[in-house]
Design a protein around this ligand. Structure first.
Ligand code: MN
Length: 242
């Protein structure tokens, strides 16, 4: 009883100090991603598009039970009955934060770690086949969305694509998992330099992928057994409910 009371007071205290979400900093200068992605696209993408997702997410959760929760908790909570404002902006904030993390100029990139390398060989055969699947997911996404490499609840790697700002952590995503690499295929990610040439943009952005960062994310996802089992159990419950 005393423990429960303590927990209640602790949660109350934490929620009253809830900090709004903030825009992350890019690890490199805007111009460092050129010529693959030009400085102006990087700046507008971060300071206008991503900033808008952050602002609108803070607005959408203010005064609700989601305020003060981690971004991951909010995403797991998203079902079809949750407002589009929360869905789109929580997704937008998470997806872009991950995107900035895994991109680096060529000279600053590290190599793919051995655990991820091995998993790619097991699940795709080789890096080239993975690339082909990612490009096909990105090219066949009609309109706006993302192509993803993720760790599934059973621990294997899988390529999927999602519409708009959805991702595989969301409770409403059919194919669930922990994203480790995401490619933004919204036109705002490439229109200034590539206009309608999504394939050219994909080739350019693929060269910016820092595989050492993707490896870090892969290792973290694989060892996050509590999150993986949560993603698995939700899927099971869904099937039972049908
Ligand atoms: Mn974007």
């Amino acid at each position: 009883m005393r423990n429960q009371l303590f927990l209640f007071v602790l949660l109350l205290t934490l929620s009253s100090f809830a900090q709004p979400f903030v825009l992350p900093k890019l690890p490199y200068a805007y111009s460092d991603y050129a010529p693959n992605i030009d400085a102006q696209t990087m700046e507008i993408h971060l300071t206008k598009h991503h900033q808008a997702y952050v602002n609108n997410l803070n607005k959408a959760i203010k005064g609700t039970m989601l305020e003060g929760r981690s971004l991951e908790e909010i995403l797991l909570f998203i079902t079809p009955v949750v407002s589009d404002a929360v869905r789109n902006n929580a997704g937008g904030h998470y997806n872009h934060s991950l995107f900035w993390e895994i991109l680096a100029p060529k000279s600053r990139q590290g190599a793919c770690g051995s655990s991820l390398n091995q998993a790619i060989v097991i699940d795709f055969g080789n890096m080239d086949s993975l690339k082909k699947q990612m490009f096909s997911a990105a090219m066949s996404r009609f309109g706006s969305g993302w192509a993803w490499l993720m760790v599934t609840p059973s621990g294997s790697l899988k390529v999927i694509s999602t519409p708009n700002q959805d991702n595989a952590l969301m409770g409403l995503c059919e194919d669930r998992g922990i994203p480790v690499l995401g490619i933004d295929v919204w036109e705002h990610a490439y229109y200034l330099n590539y206009q309608n040439r999504r394939a050219d943009y994909l080739t350019a952005v693929w060269d910016l992928v820092d595989w050492s960062k993707v490896s870090e994310k892969y290792d973290a996802a694989k060892s996050n057994t509590s999150l993986l089992s949560r993603l698995k159990s939700v899927k099971k419950n869904k099937k039972k409910g049908k």
